[in-house]
Design a protein around this ligand. Structure first.
Ligand code: SF4
Ligand code: SF4
Ligand code: FES
Length: 401
């Protein structure tokens, strides 16, 4: 048993007062959870402390809070582990706050309907089945089922939403949990509307391309759903497989980024913006759309040069890796480009009970060799870069009994 002090963020809208810190101490075993401690305080010291919980087993997702600054589940965070992440240097002091980016109803209880569930509903969170409906069940290829198991592991706790930096800046961003849910259906070969879903999410200015790769949702998720990875998959399927050139220039920006790294080994920022708006080549900067964007960012560039953040030479001509390093880089691109198809299945679980069962072609988390597996949902390459295509290999009828 150790003594712990919990600093709980309290707020009662009915009182008319501001939020405040409520500090309370208790003795408890180190391996008891933060939720156990809060419930004990409720029982013995102040029954009015507000927290939402149900299963107490890390399954229902209702006890999401911020513990010493990090979002997570109160019921599966041990007291000693929580105290160890204290950044204030106080021994055994644990701060517990409501999750971020979601309005607070009272104390530690946030309004999940106002943000989280609203965004989940936004992505059409159900399967739109292909027609004709088979007499018996649809058969999903094993690898696809394994792939979507990762987003399916989401318990809707909202921890990723709480720490999403993009959502902090743009509350309209669809967000990590909802986009992971979208991948659950785009990765499912039984779903009939992959293209419509991807087009919708790409064209939305708060959609796929609003994520800034901050990794916070990956760190926050108690179920290893890795929402950012699912968002990147959606982007690649939208851009590379369906050739959706969205009005937000998200896909063009990604293409320009990849090309510049391929050509220079390093990012040439001054080229990135005109290529994203005016076309992915050196001539992109002469396109009127690129000119407009360049004019709006000229002030920022001048400020950066004056403050010595970038040298005028690098701003104009960019920089390049030494030739030896460029050779290694080209080798990497050669391997990746030489693959028969892009393979990026989630490796959350293999789906096989025993090692002996794993077929040779199956992807494996420990195997660094790039594997090519049949992708039941992948469309054929498009003939036009502008027009999204109906994926050719989309139908699974041959697998449907
Ligand atoms: S990686 Fe993207 S979705 Fe995830 S928290 Fe950061 S900005 Fe949000
Ligand atoms: S993705 Fe992870 S953190 Fe986000 S709601 Fe689902 S389980 Fe919670
Ligand atoms: S109470 Fe259900 S996940 Fe914590």
């Amino acid at each position: 048993m150790s003594e712990y002090t919990l600093r709980i963020r309290r707020f009662d809208p009915e009182s008319g007062g501001a939020a405040y810190w409520d500090e309370r101490s208790l003795e408890m075993g180190d391996k008891r959870s933060v939720l156990d401690a809060i419930l004990e305080l409720k029982d013995t010291q102040d029954g009015s402390i507000g927290i939402r919980c149900s299963c107490q087993q890390g399954i229902c997702g209702s006890c999401g809070v911020r513990i010493n600054g990090k979002p997570g589940l109160a019921c599966n965070t041990h007291l000693d582990a929580a105290a160890a992440r204290a950044h204030n240097g106080d021994e055994n002091v644990i701060t517990v706050e409501p999750m971020g980016n979601i309005p607070v109803i009272r104390d530690l209880i946030v309004d999940m309907d106002a943000v989280h569930w609203k965004k989940i509903r936004r992505v059409t969170p159900w399967l739109i089945n292909k027609e004709p409906i088979p007499d018996r069940e649809y058969i999903v290829p094993h690898d696809n089922m394994v792939d979507i198991t990762q987003p399916m592991a989401c318990i809707q706790c909202g921890a990723c939403v709480s720490d999403c930096l993009s959502m902090e800046v743009d509350p309209g961003f669809i967000g990590p949990a909802a986009l992971a849910k979208a991948y659950r259906f785009v990765g499912d070969p039984r779903d009939a509307e992959h293209l419509e879903r991807l087009k919708d999410l790409s064209e939305d200015e708060h959609g796929l391309y609003d994520c800034t790769h901050c990794f916070n949702c990956v760190d926050a998720c108690p179920k290893d759903v890795a929402p950012m990875n699912q968002i990147m998959r959606l982007r690649r399927i939208a851009g590379e497989d369906y050739h959706i050139n969205d009005r937000n220039n998200g896909n063009r920006h990604e293409e320009a980024f990849v090309t510049l790294v391929r050509e220079n080994g390093l990012l040439h920022e001054a080229e990135l913006l005109p290529r994203s708006y005016g076309g992915n080549s050196w001539f992109g900067k002469f396109h009127p759309d690129a000119g407009k964007e360049l004019m709006t960012s000229l002030g920022t560039v001048i400020k950066a040069v004056l403050r010595g953040k970038i040298s005028p030479k690098i701003a104009i001509f960019g920089h390049k890796l030494p030739s030896e390093d460029m050779k290694s880089l080209k080798q990497i691109y050669k391997v990746v480009d030489g693959r028969e198809s892009r393979t990026e299945l989630n490796l959350y679980i293999t789906g096989y009970e025993d090692e002996d069962e794993i077929p040779e072609h199956a992807p494996h988390a420990d195997d660094p060799t790039p594997l090519v597996v049949p992708d039941a949902g992948a469309p054929e390459a498009a003939s036009s870069a502008e027009e999204p295509i109906e994926p050719a290999g989309e139908s699974n009828e041959s697998e449907t009994p």
